[in-house]
Design a protein around this ligand. Structure first.
Ligand SMILES: [Zn+2]
Length: 405
């Protein structure tokens, strides 16, 4: 009786140690055991046990580095531990309105290949959604002469409200059904574990692991695309909300009974700032000839079109109002504004910054840093891959525990 009560706790503790060791190696690169033990304030014996487990799971490997003695002579080789980059292939996908962006990465996050898969429909039934993902993955793997069967995991980013802990999509603009549990559909159709997560959370994860959020404890990531997203990192962890529905910055209200939003409500920030809102505004004024994207509106504004300039300026003012509300709520170290194109420069102007300053409760301290991060086209897919690597690590460590018990 006593044993069965005690063992789950010790398993949990062992798993937690393995994950901490793995995370340390991921952050530091090649590192000797003794340094891991001192950084994690644990005993060398604990680290030796954890690293042996991680090596047997194929997550890390030993390498030898030639130590140089002070006299310049070769010393005894030092054994270092590093991630086994070749061990797993992970796919990160971002489902956008007109295409799926896919990146394949190794376990260290290095790009192996990438692909763009055009979509006929922006909204799909759950079955079509998964079979389209499968086709997109097949095409991507074929580019390296491989197959979907070689993937260790697939991580999928969508806009909307997602409970990532159970692959449950409350609502997404890419999916026709509400409240859909993707677990069985994904596990029936794909040969490896798959994870669905809100796309802005994935970008926050990528900023934390590889980007401007590295080393920060409390920061926010605002994503600008078709809509407006938010990722919240508090005390080094992604905050998702109790139901996985938190951080809906785009649907916070900035105008009573204002413009109609794609969520069905009125006055949402996104209904003034999102790509679709800008294009709609230009259509209403009869100015939308040949305008397809927000960057077309930028080009118009740049070439002296006053209407286009005023549409962008209004979006900027609404955005400034929204960001000042975020600062009042969270008081973060930093807000990172992330986007894939240069089509959000109107949201980072001096006028917008002034609007933010005016909306923040005045104290005798500097405002949080507001940094702009222009990513390449693969921003979202890279974020998805980062999340995939993290989830695969957790699964592999859990498998270790299951095999040992
Ligand atoms: Zn809305």
């Amino acid at each position: 009786m006593l044993k069965s009560k005690a063992s789950p706790i010790s398993l949990e503790q062992r798993n937690a140690t393995r994950l901490r060791v793995l995370e340390h190696i991921r952050t530091k690169g090649a590192v000797p055991r003794i340094e891991i033990a001192s950084a994690l304030q644990t005993s060398p014996a604990t680290v030796t046990a954890a690293t042996a487990d991680l090596i047997s799971a194929g997550l890390i490997k030993e390498i030898e580095s030639e130590a140089q003695s002070k006299s310049g002579k070769r010393g005894r080789p030092k054994v270092l531990l590093q991630l086994d980059g070749q061990s797993f292939l992970v796919a990160g996908l971002k489902i956008a309105r007109q295409m799926i962006s896919i990146i394949l990465v190794d376990f260290e996050g290095n790009e192996v290949t990438s692909h763009k898969f055009p979509l006929d429909n922006a909204r799909m039934s759950p079955t079509d959604f998964v079979s389209t993902i499968q086709k997109a993955l097949e095409e991507t793997c074929a580019k390296i002469g491989g197959s979907v069967g070689q993937l260790a995991g697939v991580s999928i980013g969508v806009a909307g409200q997602v409970d990532a802990s159970r692959n449950f999509v409350h609502w997404s603009s890419s999916i026709t059904e509400r409240n859909f549990d993707f677990r069985s559909l994904l596990s029936n159709q794909l040969p490896c574990p798959a994870f669905i997560e809100n796309d802005a959370n994935l970008v926050a994860k990528a900023e934390q692991l590889f980007g401007l959020g590295k080393g920060l404890k409390n920061f926010l990531v605002v994503t600008i695309e078709h809509g407006v997203g938010l990722g919240i990192v508090l005390d080094g962890k992604l905050y998702r909300g109790e139901r996985g529905c938190g951080a809906e910055f785009g649907h916070t209200k900035v105008q009573l009974d204002g413009a109609l939003c794609q969520c069905g409500q009125r006055g949402c920030l996104e209904a003034y700032v999102g790509d679709y809102a800008l294009l709609r505004e230009m259509t209403v004024t009869g100015q939308n000839n040949e305008l397809k994207t927000a960057s077309d509106i930028h080009d118009r504004a740049f070439s002296g079109d006053e209407r286009a300039a005023s549409v962008l300026a209004r979006a900027g003012q609404m955005f400034g109002l929204g960001v000042s509300n975020l600062i009042n709520l969270f008081d973060p170290e930093c807000i990172i504004v992330s986007g894939t194109q240069k089509s959000f420069e109107h949201l980072c102007t001096d006028e917008v910054m002034a609007r933010i300053r005016n909306g923040v409760i005045s104290v005798d301290a500097a405002l949080p840093d507001i940094r702009v991060h222009h990513w390449g086209d693969l921003m979202w897919a890279k974020g998805a891959a980062a999340y995939g690597i993290e989830q695969i690590s957790i699964l592999k460590v859990k498998e270790l525990a299951a095999n040992a018990s």
